[in-house]
Design a protein. Structure first.
Length: 66
């Protein structure tokens, strides 16, 4: 997957907003675009030829790849 752009639903007050997804980066690292409101915990560097899982809870994201 060369590019992946996600738009998240508007959050509701007093409700948890949770998203989880997985993608595989090809020979060229995937360009992942999320709303500016999403903040990353740790490194969010995407490398070629790896599979990644992303978890976003209340606009805080974590990326893991193998």
């Amino acid at each position: 997957m060369e590019t992946l752009t996600l738009t998240l639903a508007a959050g509701e007050e007093n409700k948890l907003s949770e998203y989880m997804f997985e993608f595989t980066s090809g020979t060229t690292p995937t360009t992942l675009t999320l709303p500016e409101s999403v903040k990353w915990i740790g490194d969010n560097t995407i490398e070629a030829s790896k599979t990644y899982q992303v978890s976003i809870v209340n606009n805080i994201a974590v990326l893991g790849g193998a």
